[in-house]
Design a protein around this ligand. Structure first.
Ligand code: B12
Length: 497
């Protein structure tokens, strides 16, 4: 690859980043002693100048002034959203240009200053960022138009769509940008997460998956005090950004999924009732156990379960009616911002310990001469659901090999072959785990050693869309561990008939 003078200038800008930031901020402070912009925050402004240098350097390597113009437009929208006038960004870019003139050799400073001036001119356009204005901006990365599917196009365009959607949202609801302040970078992260979940749902043509995710996100965000209209607005902006970034035939499906999610969010208040109810089967025990967890009293939690077992409560009932609803409730309380991540970790760890105390009872069933390998798919850190599945098979007399969280596909397959498993149980929790499930199932199908193995999938997404397993190429799914055992037995009988 040929290194041009533009590339060398781009390198030098990064090498001299710190000194350029100092020089530019010095000029700004001298011009307006109290504050550049109206933030009175020189340190923050210095960081912004660092970001401008990075953008300029990237633009010199890639598409040039147009890319920098897009960066300037988005930055101006962000800054206006938090009360910093566009003129302040212009002043910062001018100060940077002067600093470049002062610190770089003339030939290179001319290259950098010319590119900067091109981007800077974009600030004079009005309005700065609208769908129409964005439409004429060439795609920064690979054009997604030749993508094989809407999901692939969405994945490729995701970084650009995320930025565009946040800029549009803030432009339409500047009050949000103001309220978010410097936490607005979180909004970009959220947009990327929305897009990953959207791509997974689009890939499987399962709008319910994305609507379910949107409902979850709405509850989470509003528990942090955000206005419910904010997510609705952001999903709308995502749809508009997708309409701009993707050709019409590829934009249609994601836009339909977004419309369905918006419809769900706006058709009534999203309620999230407790998973632990005293009137439910074993509800009193579940309430007591949850209380012990939340009080940080693991001795009492363990005693309650041991007493229930001694009084004859079936182990399976304790799994189904105590541990599972309590784990879901812990998740709900975290989602509603009522307990911390640390409290969630504590409660989960206690339940794992209590589960281990029940193992003498779990492992004493009559043997069935069947073998199960059970694992959470690569990337899935949730291990208790699939542990339940393994334990229910164990209680049915199977020899079980429970591999735990996030297991790489090839290792799972090798283990299935090594153990001579009759059934493989794979667990996913988030929509974004589904591509890995797909890959694992496809790899198992391709491996001659797994030819006779029954492939089951399960976990939260499969509880939302009941026939999702078909699209992923599995043999079946069940919403519960108990159901998984019955299904496996049925499928094995059908196979041997
Ligand atoms: C504990 C927990 C964690 C722990 C897990 C630790 C561990 N050692 O397992 C940690 C901290 C790692 C974690 C991380 C995250 N978590 Co979490 N987590 C939970 C929590 C509170 C409990 C999970 C659990 O134990 N469930 C109990 C089991 C028994 O239920 P289950 O998994 O549904 O399994 C049953 C069935 O689904 C089925 N089943 C399961 N697998 C299989 C397989 C087969 C083959 C079959 C047939 C059936 C089957 O049978 C099981 C038994 O009946 C849940 C709450 C919830 N609702 O589950 C949130 C929850 C799942 N987590 C959530 C989130 C958002 C996250 C994070 C993204 C948070 C973050 N920002 O980092 C990360 C993602 C990590 C990742 N990459 O996977 C959300 C997901 C929301 C969503 N729809 O997107 C939830 C729902 C919390 C909430 N209410 O907001 N989490």
């Amino acid at each position: 690859m040929v290194t041009t003078e533009r590339d060398r200038t781009a390198d030098e800008l990064l090498d001299r980043r710190e000194s350029l930031m100092d020089a530019a901020i010095g000029r700004l402070a001298a011009a307006a002693p109290r504050a550049p912009g109206e933030r009175g925050d020189l340190a923050r402004c210095r960081e912004d100048i660092g970001a401008h240098i990075d953008a300029l350097s990237a633009a010199l390597r890639a598409t040039g002034a147009e890319q920098l113009g897009e960066y300037c437009a988005f930055t101006a929208v962000f800054l206006e959203g938090i009360g910093v006038p566009r003129s302040a960004l212009g002043a910062a870019l001018d100060a940077l240009s002067e600093a470049i003139g002062e610190r770089l050799a003339p030939a290179r400073s001319a290259i950098a200053q010319e590119a900067l001036a091109g981007g800077r001119r974009r600030l004079d356009a009005s309005p700065l960022v609208t769908p129409a204005a964005l439409a004429v901006i060439p795609a920064a990365a690979e054009a997604p138009g030749d993508a094989a599917s809407a999901a692939e196009a969405l994945a490729r365009a995701a970084p650009r769509v995320a930025t565009m959607s946040v800029a549009l949202s803030y432009m339409r609801r500047p009050g949000d940008a103001l309220a978010h302040g410097w936490r607005r970078a979180r909004c970009l992260e959220d947009a990327r997460r929305h897009l990953a979940e959207l791509a997974a749902a689009v890939d499987l043509e399962a709008p319910a998956l994305f609507s379910d995710y949107a409902e979850w996100a709405q509850t989470l965000l509003t528990s942090f005090g955000l206005d419910p209209a904010e997510l609705v607005g952001h999903l709308g902006a995502l749809g508009d950004a997708i309409a701009i970034a993707l050709p019409e035939h590829l934009a249609a499906a994601p836009r339909r999924h977004l419309a369905a999610a918006i419809e769900r969010l706006t058709s009534g208040r999203v309620e999230l009732p407790s998973f632990v109810q005293p009137e439910a089967p074993h509800g009193t025990l579940a309430c007591g156990y949850l209380d012990a967890l939340l009080q940080g009293n693991r001795g009492r939690a363990l005693r309650l379960i041991q007493e229930a077992v001694e009084a004859g409560t079936p182990i399976k009932d304790i799994y189904t009616h105590v541990f599972q609803p309590c784990q879901y409730e812990i998740g709900r309380l975290w989602q509603l911002h009522q307990i911390s991540v640390a409290e969630e970790h504590y409660c989960t760890a206690v339940t794992q310990t209590v589960l281990s105390h029940l193992y003498p009872l779990v492992f004493n069933a009559r043997r069935a001469d069947r073998r199960l390998v059970a694992a959470s798919v690569d990337g899935n850190l949730h291990e208790i659901g699939v542990r339940f599945v393994a334990d229910f098979f164990e209680m049915a007399g199977w020899d079980t090999f429970y591999l735990g969280a996030s297991t790489p596909a090839q290792d799972v397959i090798d283990e299935v072959a090594r153990r001579g498993a009759d059934v493989l149980a794979v667990s996913a929790t988030l929509g974004e785990h589904l591509p890995s499930v797909h890959e694992l199932i496809a790899a198992a199908r391709d491996d001659g050693r797994c030819r006779n193995v029954v492939l089951l999938v399960g976990g939260q997404p499969f509880r939302v869309v009941h026939d999702l397993w078909r699209q992923l190429g599995a043999d079946g799914s069940a919403p519960t561990a108990e159901g998984a055992v019955h299904l496996a037995q049925e499928l094995l009988v059908a196979r041997s008939a």
